[in-house]
Design a binder for this molecule. Sequence first.
Ligand code: C5P
Length: 300
Amino acid sequence: MTQTVTVRVPAKVNVQLAVGGARPDGFHDLANVFLAVGLYDEVSVTPADELRVTCEGPDAAQVPLDRTNLAARAALELARRYGLDPAVHLHITKDIPVAGGMAGGSADGAGALLACDTLWGTNASREELLDICAELGSDVPFSLVGGAALGTGRGEMLRPLEVGGTFHWVFAMAERGLSTPAVFREFDRMNEGLRVPEPVASQDLLDALAKGDAGALARTVSNDLQPAALSLFPELAGTLAAGRAAGALAALVSGSGPTTAHLAPDEETARTIGRELLASGTCRTVRVTRSPAPGATVLG
Ligand code: C5P
């Protein structure tokens, strides 16, 4: 019998993304408040003759299937550390938008890592898994842990956060993707010659999360990458306006974009906002979902 392990991993939205100036290593210090949302990729791993990646889903054609895929890199790194042969078939069932600012690639990295650890019985500690995740990318550790967390450093150093209720969201997917490095470069260009303040988490925002208060969260959400994303993708302003007009308490670009996140007061209003956003013609598709969501989870 062929053994397969499947792991489910959530997307994220950044309810606060405070970005500092460019560091000597090219990265930016962040105060990054991650919230996992109920949109998931699944990563399955099966023993095979050699390392292979396949992908299915509406955006599958845009997913690289070579060793640059974070799922492949996760398998290679775990195998290297434990002296194993990384001969596995990694299959990604993709529901998180590609190049969308919702950590879809990071989710696949975290999912593959947990799936391989389970398949191979390596039993790596949580600490080692998080260490490998941080090597793979700034958002990958959060994809493993889920829930809500404050990420500092380049976003990889996590402190779990309390969430006191359910938040309802509508995500509007755009016609094309945005490259995260390109958005950070645009951020640097727009801030050239200016003093960029140290990124600090907003205590009011952390309190709103802890209380589960959507109105208070809406008043405190912020994304320092939003002006850069709008500069590269000006049509997103129309999507944000359409979401607000439809009843969203707040509308913001998710991470480096171009997906936009619309916070609703309740589930019914979220469905209305979703319908109106789609009818507005300002986005490709919409998804109505909630947060927080659990991190990477072995399904079997
Ligand atoms: O860490 P990750 O590989 O996901 O980052 C992708 C790119 O995003 C980096 O190469 C860098 O250009 C930019 N980035 C950044 N500062 C961060 C995180 C990402 O400049 N804190």
